[in-house]
Write a protein that binds this ligand. Structure first.
Ligand code: ZN
Length: 363
């Protein structure tokens, strides 16, 4: 039995730290290639380029918006020709994943520089590759970033919905790690859980409860408060370590079911994971006091607590059944990381319970 955890080499977080790349000495006089989202190309790069040029030799390229093999190969060609020392992914999860695969294939240093705190992907080694039509075609691990640089000023100026969605993804972390740990399921990096990770996953949950609402207000007003800093850390580092080295279970399994319903496609990963967490609480028969605590948190930061709030106002049981079935059939799904027999009926009941409680509270 092997207990295992994986980590990024170095995690740097702070206000305005992108200006000097967090003071990473290893960058000095090196050739650095940045893959950047459209938003980063418009604002972050022009603002910081004069400062970066004093440190290293910078080249940048705009990301085409989707992590597909076509895009990975296009960026790989450019990056290979330039013989860069560092590859930087600057943007959201898809940009970061594309840069991660390119750096992995070239065997060069990799920096994740998330410009939103919407998911826990930046610290991880896993990447998701999509088809040109938008469905998932590959899911695999390369390696964790050598550096993660999170500029909290950039996060505070991004739309608040991203930060709140990140809280939804982070909300699942403790519950899923705890379920995997208690029942001896392997975590996402393939080992059993270390106490260190369980401690981090619990701090992740406590941080959200304690600072979530203030962080939301902070982001709405583009202010970098300590609460925002703590929640950015929870969304990015604590949740990232927590999911990869602590394991996934019902929250992400139910998220995958929800993704099979067209109505949810306009909603972010973390918004669906948050509702998956609520349904998971009922599925796993968690105590009511805990359920009350989680609902109060979701309402305080405006995460969804009803099916209507994730685009499923009039979803039928037949539609839910059709969405749950393929995930239930897939024995590799994290949904199966529970020590009882799952049925589609039980999962639909949990979704209806989560919805009923959410609607009850809003009346
Ligand atoms: Zn997630």
């Amino acid at each position: 039995m092997i207990r295992k955890a994986v980590f990024p080499g170095c995690y740097l977080q702070g206000k305005d730290i992108l200006r000097n790349f967090g003071g990473i000495d290893a960058l000095e006089k090196k050739k650095v290639f940045i893959l950047a989202t459209h938003t980063a190309m418009k604002k972050i790069i022009p603002e910081n380029l004069p400062f970066w040029k004093k440190i290293c030799d910078i080249t940048y390229e705009e990301f085409n918006g989707a992590c597909t093999w076509d895009e990975i190969n296009r960026v790989l060609e450019i990056a290979r020709e330039g013989a860069y020392d560092f590859i930087v992914g600057m943007g959201g999860g898809k940009t970061i994943d594309t840069a991660r695969v390119v750096a992995g294939q070239l065997g060069v240093k990799y920096i994740a520089a998330p410009t939103i705190a919407a998911t826990d992907a930046p610290t991880a080694s896993a990447c998701v590759v999509y088809s040109n039509e938008g469905s998932v075609v590959d899911y695999f691990s390369t390696r964790n970033p050598d550096y993660v640089i999170v500029d909290t000023k950039v996060i505070a100026e991004a739309p608040v919905r991203f930060l709140v969605s990140g809280m939804g993804d982070a909300l699942a972390t403790w519950f899923e790690a705890e379920t995997c740990d208690r029942s001896w399921f392997r975590n996402v990096c393939g080992g059993f859980n270390l106490r260190a990770i369980m401690a981090l996953a619990h701090v992740c949950y406590e941080t959200l409860l304690t600072y979530g609402k203030a962080a939301r207000i902070s982001c709405e007003n583009n202010l970098v408060s300590p609460a925002l800093e703590y929640v950015v850390e929870a969304n990015t580092l604590l949740s990232g370590l927590g999911f990869e080295s602590g394991g996934l279970s019902t929250a992400h399994g139910i998220h995958d079911c929800l993704c099979n319903l067209e109505g949810t496609h306009a909603y972010y990963h973390g918004e669906k994971v948050a509702f998956g967490t609520l349904a998971g609480l009922f599925l796993e028969a968690r105590p009511q006091a805990l359920i009350d605590e989680v609902y109060a948190f979701c309402r305080s930061v405006e995460l969804p607590t009803s099916l209507a709030q994730i685009g499923l106002e009039s979803v039928t049981d037949q539609e839910l059944e059709a969405a749950v079935f393929p995930v239930l059939q897939n024995k590799q799904s994290y949904l199966h990381n529970v020590r009882f027999d799952l049925t589609s009926e039980g999962i639909i009941e949990a979704l209806r319970m989560a919805d009923a409680m959410g609607r009850d509270l809003s009346e």
